[in-house]
Every structure is written in structure tokens, then in C-alpha cells.
Design a protein around this ligand. Structure first.
Ligand SMILES: Cc1ncc(COP(=O)(O)O)c(C=O)c1O
Length: 401
């Protein structure tokens, strides 16, 4: 493959809006857990396109599903029935708490659907949603308003009203914040962008009980942690609770753009024709890919293997953390979303550590200005985890507090 790194960088910088800080490499191909750049360098991909390519790059079954569907029918709009979307909705419903699904194209759009559904449900005066500080729900105006981090809203006022942010981990304050306008509480079971921060079991159960007591909906944003990432099909399964709505995206299409909002019994029939729509939503090609993703995730033993690999990765990272107590304060996560939380003095060097990891052949990122985040594909092998740990160890050894 003949791709000129400099030329691609110049074209990108000249013609694409300057919204991303990019690393100075042009990725040209991938296979499983590995990526190759235009200069022929190989990387172990422990980021998976930020929790997207969960079944690896160039997964042959998914490539085949996409190609077959693309050669048959790509798009007709939701004015017609199509088989791949119907099959995907049935699979999602039959393997979750949900009764119905709305399909969109991204995580933010799945959350927009959840927000609209929660506002439409019940009394129209009750239209406020409480979310948590440190949360991340997307970049559309409503989802930046929902996001509990001021920096994502800065410069974009006015954002939609109707969101309040409760301090993370504090059940007492959230209880006091509920009033006659509140319709829902929305949170991630584990905050990914917020620094790989899982909610304590008792805290999320407490939020569920609170919602039941106050007649509120519980919306779980599983855009990052859903679909096997934590070792269970859905993150909520770790907490022994049933949400009213969950949102999915990222891994559902293994890189094809798709989002989904799953609605439980209470709200499944709230939307009626005309309430919400998406031209591309549930397009046959993306849903054909997603059907193959779901078939793989639901194979016997697949999720148990992910759980085992999650423990293996956590153990490897914890061993490194013990050797660098001045650099790493703790390792936390669930399954194959793991974060190495840097000690406070090391936070300013987090970005540089990620650059050095990349130079040493490992792709990861720095989440929430807090933790080195590792999101390998769910198909990663133990030996690839060992290789990643060796690179992390070697890289951390080059840093001083
Ligand atoms: C928890 C969560 N919700 C929503 C989003 C937004 O998803 P998208 O970028 O597909 O709109 C993200 C993206 O990182 C996320 O992690």
C-alpha cells in the first residue's frame, strides 16, 4: 500500500475541521489486535477505536456480512421494512430487559433518543434529568448539557436546559435534588471518559431504588461498556438491577456507525409514529454487521472468556502498578475496560505517557485526565496482553514523578 504520511497529514490539517488532536501516524490496515501505519510500523491496539472494534480489525465474518449486504441492498429508509434491522432488534430484546429498540447512528444520538423518550413519558411537567459529575454522554447540544463535565459545554451556550448534575458517588445529595420536575436519572455503570470509574454496586442499586420510590426512569448509558466489554453482555448485569432504558453504540457495529436505545416495559410504547426518526438509522449494512457482532458475542463461552481475560489484564496491570507506586495510584475497571489511575504528581505527564506508549508500539489513551485507559479487543489473546504489559512496564520506567 503506497500512502504518503506527510501528504495525508497536510490534507487532513488543511481540509478537515480542526477538532481532534491526532497522533502523527496514518493508519492503513488492521488485523485482530494489530494495526499497521503507512510507514509499515505495527502497533498493538489496546484502544479498539475507543471501545469500537471489539471483535478485532478486519474481522472476516463481519467483513463478509458487510460485503454481502452491500452487494444486495444498502439503504431504503425507514419507510420500509428490512430484515437485518428486524433481526437485530429481536436479538437485542431477547437478550436484555428491553421490549423495544430505536436505532440511530451514534452514541450521542442513542442518548438523544433516550432523553426524548424520558421527557415524553408521563407528565409533561416532569422533564428534568439528573446525571452525574464526571459523566460523558456525547457531543450534541443536549448530550453536552447532560454530560457532567463543564469543559465540554464551554463556548457552546445556550445548551438545552433540563439537566442537573449530581456529585458522583453521593446518594444523599441526589436524593435531595429530586423534585416535581425530575423525570429520570441517567448514568454510566462505569464512567469511561471520566477516567474508568466504576459505580459502587450499592450506589447504583441505591439509584435504582430511588428511581422506584420517586417514580423516575433509570437510563443507563452503556455506549462504552455495553456489549461484552465488561465480561457480561450488558454492564447493568454486574449490579443485579433492571434499568428502564439503556443506550448502546460503539461496539455494536464493530466500526460500522450504529447506535441503539433499548426501552423497557414502562416506556416501550411511549414513542408513536412521527415522534423520532433517523434517515440512516438501522440501515441494512450496519445492522447486518451488528447481527454478526451479536452472534459472536452470544457464542457459548465467549463472554466467560472475556471475563477471564479481564482478570488477566487487571492482574498484569496491578503487578506493574506495584512496581511503580509513585507513578500509578490504582488499577480499576471491569472486564476488558481497565484504567491505570496515575498518581496526582504524574497527571501532567499522562498525555506524554500515551505518546511514548505509541512510540513503543502500544495504542492506549489518557481518559478523564486521570487514567491510562486500556480497551483491547474482546478477542485479544493472553500473549498479546503479556506483550502490552511489557511495553507498559518499559514505558513507565522512562518516567519520573
Ligand atoms: C458513555 C458514552 N456515551 C456517549 C458517547 C458518545 O458516543 P458517540 O461518539 O458515538 O456519539 C460516548 C463516546 O465516547 C461514551 O463513552
Amino acid at each position: 500500500m503506497d500512502i504518503d504520511t506527510k501528504k495525508v497529514q497536510q490534507q487532513t490539517d488543511k481540509y478537515i475541521c480542526n477538532t481532534y488532536g491526532r497522533y502523527p501516524v496514518v493508519m492503513v490496515e488492521g488485523s485482530g489486535c494489530r494495526l499497521k501505519d503507512a510507514r509499515g510500523r505495527e502497533y498493538l491496539d489496546f484502544l479498539s477505536g475507543i471501545a469500537v472494534t471489539s471483535l478485532g480489525h478486519a474481522n472476516p465474518l463481519i467483513a463478509d456480512a458487510i460485503c454481502r449486504q452491500a452487494a444486495t441492498l444498502v439503504h431504503v429508509s425507514n419507510l420500509f421494512y428490512t430484515a437485518p434491522s428486524a433481526e437485530l432488534a429481536e436479538t437485542l430484546v431477547k437478550n436484555s430487559f428491553a421490549k423495544k429498540v430505536f436505532f440511530a447512528n451514534s452514541g450521542a444520538e442513542a442518548n438523544e433518543a433516550a432523553i426524548k423518550l424520558a421527557r415524553k413519558h408521563g407528565n409533561p411537567e416532569r422533564n428534568e434529568i439528573i446525571t452525574l459529575t464526571g459523566s460523558f454522554h456525547g457531543r450534541t447540544l443536549a448530550t453536552v448539557a447532560a454530560t457532567g463535565q463543564e469543559r465540554f459545554r464551554a463556548g457552546f451556550d445556550p445548551v438545552p436546559t433540563g439537566f442537573r448534575h449530581a456529585p458522583f458517588g453521593d446518594l444523599e445529595t441526589i436524593t435531595k435534588m429530586i423534585d416535581e420536575r425530575t423525570c429520570a436519572i441517567m448514568c454510566e455503570p462505569l464512567q469511561g471518559e471520566g477516567g474508568v470509574r466504576p459505580l459502587a454496586t450499592e450506589y447504583l442499586r441505591g439509584i435504582r431504588e430511588l428511581c422506584d420510590r420517586e417514580g423516575l426512569l433509570l437510563i443507563l448509558d452503556e455506549v462504552q461498556v455495553g456489549l461484552g466489554r465488561t465480561g457480561r453482555l450488558f454492564g447493568y448485569e454486574h449490579f443485579d438491577i433492571v434499568p428502564d432504558i439503556i443506550t448502546l453504540a460503539k461496539a455494536l457495529g464493530n466500526g460500522m456507525p450504529i447506535g441503539a436505545m433499548l426501552a423497557g416495559e414502562k416506556v416501550a410504547d411511549t414513542f408513536v409514529p412521527g415522534d423520532h426518526a433517523s434517515t440512516f438509522g438501522a440501515n441494512p449494512v450496519v445492522t447486518a454487521a451488528a447481527n454478526q457482532v451479536m452472534a459472536t458475542l452470544l457464542e457459548d463461552g465467549f463472554l466467560a472468556r472475556v471475563e477471564g481475560l479481564g482478570h488477566y489484564l487487571a492482574k498484569g496491570l496491578s503487578a506493574i502498578a506495584q512496581r511503580f507506586p509513585e507513578i500509578v495510584s490504582t488499577v480499576r475497571g471491569l472486564g476488558l475496560i481497565q484504567g491505570m489511575v496515575l498518581s496526582p504528581v504524574m497527571i501532567p505527564q499522562g498525555g506524554e505517557m500515551v505518546r511514548k506508549l505509541l512510540e513503543n508500539g502500544l495504542i492506549a489513551n489518557f481518559a478523564g485526565n486521570t487514567a491510562l485507559r486500556f480497551l483491547p479487543p474482546l478477542t485479544v489473546s493472553r500473549s498479546e496482553i503479556d506483550q502490552a504489559c511489557e511495553i507498559i512496564e518499559k514505558t513507565l520506567a522512562g518516567f519520573q514523578p
